[in-house]
Design a protein around this ligand. Structure first.
Ligand code: FE2
Length: 145
């Protein structure tokens, strides 16, 4: 298997763990498809799914951080942005017909994801569970009567 789940990948927040597993499954499934037959249609489909996924997943994490006024929010957001920028770059070359780097792209994604979960995501969840962060801020307080 290209990307195998390990118990220490779990950050302890069920929704986030589920989303991380979804990424792993997506990467594995496309890695298998692509190693059987590499064609631009599958690559385009992979990129589309990936973009939809990161949009949901990164937004979820970032919303949670903002809600709790996480001081490292911006740095974490930058990590996510870097990952997105790599996808866009890859998409650009794939659109020009160059899909040969897909294997190394997938390796990069797997390694980035593992490091990101183990260091950056866990750091956030740790601060959250230690109660270091502020309680959720209600951004739209109910109107006073
Ligand atoms: Fe993250």
């Amino acid at each position: 298997m290209f990307f195998k789940w390990k118990d220490n990948f779990s950050v302890g927040i069920e929704v986030i763990d589920k989303q991380h597993r979804m990424f792993l499954e997506q990467l594995n499934s496309y890695h298998e498809k692509i190693s059987e037959h590499l064609d631009s249609k599958t690559v385009a489909e992979f990129i589309d799914n990936l973009k939809a996924y990161v949009n949901i997943h990164f937004r979820y994490e970032e919303a949670l951080m903002r809600e709790h006024n996480y001081p490292q929010y911006y740095a974490h957001h930058q990590h996510h942005q870097y990952f997105v920028s790599r996808i866009i770059k890859f998409e650009e070359s794939a659109n020009k017909g160059d899909v040969r780097s897909i294997e190394s792209m997938m390796e990069f994604m797997r390694d980035w994801f593992i490091n990101h979960i183990l260091q950056v995501d866990k750091e956030f969840v740790l601060s959250l569970s230690k109660g270091e962060l502020q309680p959720p801020v209600r951004r739209y307080p109910p109107k006073r009567r």
